[in-house]
Write a protein that binds this ligand. Sequence first.
Ligand code: SF4
Ligand code: SF4
Length: 398
Amino acid sequence: MMKLRLNTSVEVTGSLQDAPVSSVVRIPIQKKHKPVVKKKQIVGRGQVIAENPTKSAYSLGFVHSSIDGIVEEVLADAIVIGPIPAPKEGEEAVAPPVTELCAELDTLENEELSRKLLELGVDTSRFHASRALIINGLNPEPGVLVSEQLVKDAQETLKIGLQTLERAIKPGTVKLVVAKGKQISLHGCTTVHASDVYPATIDPLVVYAATGSERPDNVDVISISDLFQVGRVAQTKLPLMEAVVSVGDNVYLVPIGMPVQNLLDHAGVQYGSEWKIALNGPMRGTPIFNLAMGIPEKCTAISLIREDACPQVQPNPCINCGECVFVCPARIHPGMLSCNAEFGFYDEARYKNVEACLECGMCTFVCPATRPVMQYILLAKHSLAGKDELVSTCRLQD
Ligand code: SF4
Ligand code: SF4
């Protein structure tokens, strides 16, 4: 079993720090994005490099360059931008285009404002008009400090973010969920206190804490990081170009696409072969195998986890101990579902409500047989998603 403390709330003492500008960025793009730049094109900081052709005002945001540079590669999952080469003798240096401030942000409202936010890089699929809005102010996972750091150091940006959202979606009510015992408030929000012990910090359980209902209609939930990004765009009037990322005890404002290696070097993190590195937190993060990968805009942490703190999962047989059932917040039977998935009985897993899994990772965390319990469940969900709408749309937390 992993040796991790599951409380997520901490006393944040340091300040939000600026990471240095990178000379090379590898900016992630999604399948929905359509690149609008070509190899060897000079781009300016803030210039659109990939669009989302959707007609909806509520969808994935456009992607922008976070540095001045030249497009080195346009790949299926990233656009690589590097330094502009020095001009040859007798040639003039090429100046990158300058991005103009978006003054309209102060006057637009409703869907027009949501659409503009999307064009400026905000993921507007997280909120919709006229629903109740819940702001998850809990740190997302143990060791990830972003939410409490932003509440401490970015009150003005969060306030502007909230005012902008109020003009864009006119939510009926706005609730801020924070850890029990914390005296935290945000302009215009009703504060609700909830457990900070993981997995109580994931969105579906935060919604339950705020509303008393498991799947209420007409409720949107966003994180403090999401709110900060709206506020940052509204405050600077520039496209979204930064992520807020926790590394150890420090939290950085990082240019999107900055290589993970550069951030670790800047943070002065020492690590050897006994450490695993993950994008996001230790419970739900994904392992990083190539430290040249660019930091995505939704990244909340680069986590370093010692090998002996998380033993290798193996396809060991389930010993039917029931530990995973005790900790599962979705009240399903992870051990049994993992066996169904292991042997390809996906329809059986569907019959046993595999879609209710919240993907918190607690079953893998407690399994004494070190089975990849959640990973088997994800396999079943992935296999079912193509043919079963209920499974494909069940991932409530992100
Ligand atoms: S990941 Fe495991 S513990 Fe968490 S909700 Fe899914 S089945 Fe339950
Ligand atoms: S904790 Fe592991 S061994 Fe125990 S029932 Fe769950 S899957 Fe099986």
